[in-house]
Each structure stands twice: as C-alpha cells, then as structure tokens.
Ligand binder design. Structure first.
Ligand code: DGL
Length: 271
C-alpha cells in the first residue's frame, strides 16, 4: 500500500483528459498534476527544448514525493521517455504511447489500416509507428500532424462548425485515401473533439491513449503493491505555470466540477 500521489504532467491542459478515468478506475489514488501552460505548446518545439522542460517538471514532481510519474503528453512521451527514465531510475515513469500501441495491435480491423493524428513533433518522431509495429507487424500505420486542433480546443471552439470544418480539412482525404478504419487520438487534447470526429466519420474505431494509460497505471501499482487505500486523506493538487482563464475553464470542463472544488496552484519552473 502506498498513499503518496501519482505525478501527472503535460505541456499544458491536455493531460487532464486522463484524470477522469483515473478517478473512476482507481478512486483512492491522488494526483499532483503539472501543466506547463506558460510554455505550451510543445508540439512544434525543438526536441532539445522539450527535453529541458520535461526534466525540470520531473524534478519538481519528484520533489513532491510522488510514487510514479505519468507522462500524460504524447509529444513528451515520443521524445523524452528514455532520458527521463535514465535520470530518475528509482521511480516508475510511464509514457502514453506504448499502452495505446498495445491496444491498437489487439483490435481487429477490416483493412488493417491505422491512422494516427498528433502534433508535428510526435509525427516526426515516428514513435507510434514503431511501437505499433513492435506489437503487430501486419498493421499499416499512417500518421498526420494536425496542429490547428490544439489552439482551437484551448479557445473552447469545440461544439462548433469551425471545428468540424477543420476536422474535415485535415482528415477527409487522409481517411479516404488510406482507407483508415482505426484512428488513434495521438494528442492529449483530441479526446475533447472525439464526438465531433465520431459524428463526421461514424463507424471509425477510435483509440484514446489518455484512457488506455490508466489501465497500465493500475497494472504497475498492483504489481508493485503500491495502490492507495480507502483511508487516503491526501488532496489532488493541480499546478500550472500560467494560471490563465483557459486553464480554469478547461479543468472545470474536463473534470466536470466547479473551480471551488479544485486546488489550483501557480508554479513557475524558471524561477
Ligand atoms: N499535450 C500535447 C500532446 O499530447 C499536445 C499539446 C502541445 O503541443 O503541447 O502531444
């Protein structure tokens, strides 16, 4: 048994999409979340910069005595996982890509054509292609960067014609030309537009890495005998490097609660 919190981090708000599933599956667990809202987005930055920022955040989470670190960001998982594990060998560190790739490899698809939509950095890294083929060589994997989704989502332009047109702009040809039948939402913001995608492309099999990673969290905690117990009286704390209105709007939307129920704290890692 271990009642210490789990550290989650993301370049900004997107990693919050993993949290509802954690609270549902593992209600005794507590979270320290760090969103680098001052320096987001990471998805079009140089890999060396993303590494430097990620190391700072992991240092901060370790200083908070977390029992595990979850990289709730595809871009960071695609580029920094090995370096983070090398720097912090004593703490389990989970990336978001392998659990999703494992799930993809298990699903039977009619055409064996898998589409990945993600940031530019994730797409360029080839991490999804490699991981999926590690698990199943038969699958054809196509990826595409869809960078306009994140700023629209952060502005709350979601249940809206502009979002639907942007989805069609990127995805109509991608889905049709490659006969995609399974789509991976390879950026943590994208579960927020899942309903739009399902409405436009009904029948598409959708994989959500933010959801899949929680199954892996549970496995590791069970194996390490590190699940929290029902008497866990610690609190969930959400840090951001910029406590903006967008952050507070998005956290209330994703966690479906009022701001007064949340502990939101500012933390500037540059200081
Ligand atoms: N959270 C990032 C991801 O999952 C997307 C946002 C960003 O570009 O920083 O890739």
């Amino acid at each position: 048994m271990d009642n210490r919190p789990i550290g989650f981090f993301d370049s900004g708000l997107g990693g919050l999409t993993s949290i509802p599933n954690l609270f549902q599956k593992l209600p005794n667990e507590r979270v320290i979340y760090f969103g680098d809202t001052a320096r987001t987005p990471y998805g079009s930055k140089a890999v060396s910069t993303i590494r430097q920022y990620s190391m700072q955040i992991a240092d901060f989470l370790v200083s908070k005595d977390v029992k595990m670190i979850v990289i709730a960001c595809n871009t960071i998982s695609a580029t920094c996982l090995d370096e983070l594990r090398d720097k912090f060998p004593d703490i389990p560190i989970l990336g978001i890509i392998s659990p999703a790739a494992r799930k993809v490899a298990k699903v039977c698809t009619q055409e064996n054509n898998i589409g990945i939509i993600a940031t530019k950095v994730t797409t360029q890294s080839g991490a999804y292609r490699e991981r999926i083929r590690d698990f199943n060589e038969e699958l054809n994997v196509f990826d595409m960067a869809t960078p306009a989704f994140v700023p629209l989502i952060e502005e709350g332009i979601i249940e809206n014609e502009i979002m639907d047109l942007t989805i069609r702009y990127y995805m109509d040809d991608f889905i049709k030309n490659n006969k995609i039948d399974t789509l991976v939402l390879g950026c943590t913001h994208y579960p927020i537009i899942r309903k739009n995608i399902e409405k436009i492309y009904p029948g598409l099999n959708i994989i959500n890495p933010s959801y899949e990673i929680i199954n892996r969290v549970r496995q590791i905690l069970e194996n390490d005998d590190a699940l929290a117990d029902a008497n866990n009286d610690r609190e969930n704390v959400f840090y951001a490097s910029d406590l903006s209105e967008n952050f507070s709007n998005m956290i209330q939307k994703v966690l479906e609660t009022e701001e007064s129920n949340l502990i939101l704290k500012f933390k500037n890692l540059d200081l």
